[in-house]
Design a binder for this molecule. Structure first.
Ligand code: FAD
Length: 309
């Protein structure tokens, strides 16, 4: 499994595969399990359907590592339009952005300006989420996030439990009253940087999640969102939260579109805050292959699609 995960993560970075694999109809059919479509209209329709089940949503426009100012500007303008459409639709939908898509590789200043435009367009009651990318971007992402928080508390950051450094990063952030989405981590990292064993990643997740809940109860964390499909872990955390008298309405779980749907609905039905991240756009190849790496059994689904009519 570890070898398969490593091979898939390497494949997610292949430019050749990105350009060729996306043309095969069976690959396009397989990806539809994880995204409602490539267009914003399709994402909005999915958000409406989720809302009817009391499930919130977060939109992310797929893409990463933009190396050109104009391209970063276009992505920013797209997100401004997305926010306008969300506000017109009265949907409880937020956005999550990748800083490399907003020009981080071009210049941190440009990226900050673009991020600020998006945050200014968002309602103060909603959060603009910032994804965490590969480990070489963590310092720059944390710096930008800390600068943003000074004037805009409605900004949230993703932290990854596979990174050895995350416990310290969280401790540094808590005095600033951040909003945190905790995930396990999706990139290929060296063992000096990230725990190589899944058991350690899961245990670190549990430790960090407890820290977040403690901080949230004490008013030191604006929002704590658990970005995971690990049902056993969610139940372990929910039990602990219940024992500590943590209200269900602030116990927040975020999952990806199409994964663990029954659990997303169960959480919403039982009064927890259930949110689904809806990805859309044409640049889905690396994102999709990271989803395959998370659960190599998904490859069977791809293979089944080879033979589907
Ligand atoms: C809302 C959200 C935002 C995220 N943002 C980021 C980010 O900014 N940066 C980042 O590095 N990572 C991000 N991720 C991805 C994350 O890091 C993990 O790679 C991913 O969530 C898989 O880990 P898991 O916690 O679900 O647990 P795992 O232990 O990997 O999986 C638990 C169970 O969930 C199910 N499952 C998990 N993944 C899949 C899948 N792809 N297909 C089908 N079933 C699956 C399986 O049943 C599996 O047994 C995000 C994830 C979510 C849910």
């Amino acid at each position: 499994m570890a070898l398969m995960r490593s091979m898939l993560l390497a494949a997610s970075q292949s430019v050749w595969l990105r350009e060729h694999a996306v043309k095969f109809p069976f690959v396009r059919r397989s990806v539809s399990r994880f995204m409602p479509g490539e267009s914003l209209g399709e994402a909005l329709a999915a958000a409406r359907a989720l809302h009817s089940k009391n499930i919130g949503s977060v939109f992310t426009h797929l893409g990463e590592n933009v190396s050109d100012r104009n391209e970063a500007r276009k992505v920013t303008e797209h997100y401004l339009e997305v926010l306008d459409r969300i506000h017109e639709s009265n949907l409880p939908t937020e956005v999550s952005v990748k800083l490399t898509q907003l020009g981080l590789d071009v210049s941190p200043e440009l990226c900050f300006e673009n991020l600020m435009q998006i945050i200014r367009r968002e309602l103060p009651s909603a959060t603009v989420w910032v994804d965490m990318e590969a480990s070489n971007y963590v310092d720059a992402t944390l710096n930008l996030y800390k600068n943003t928080l000074k004037n805009h508390p409605n900004t949230g950051l993703c932290l990854q439990s596979y990174l050895r450094r995350t416990q310290k990063d969280l401790a540094d952030l808590l005095p600033l009253r951040p909003a945190i989405r905790l995930v396990k981590g999706a990139y290929k990292e060296r063992p000096e940087i990230a725990f190589p064993k899944k058991k350690d990643v899961d245990e670190n997740y549990f430790v960090l999640a407890q820290e977040l809940m403690r901080a949230q109860s004490a008013g030191g964390c604006a929002r704590a969102a658990f970005g995971t499909h690990d049902v056993a872990l969610i139940r372990r955390l929910a039990d602990l939260a219940g024992q500590k008298g943590y209200p269900k309405s602030i116990f927040e779980v975020q999952m990806l579109y199409g994964i663990q749907r029954a659990e997303q609905e169960r959480l919403a039905r039982e009064g927890y805050r259930s949110i689904v991240l809806v990805a859309y756009g044409s640049y889905w190849y690396p994102w999709y292959v990271r989803r395959l790496a998370e659960r190599p059994a998904n490859l069977w689904f791809v293979l089944r699609n080879v033979f589907a009519s």
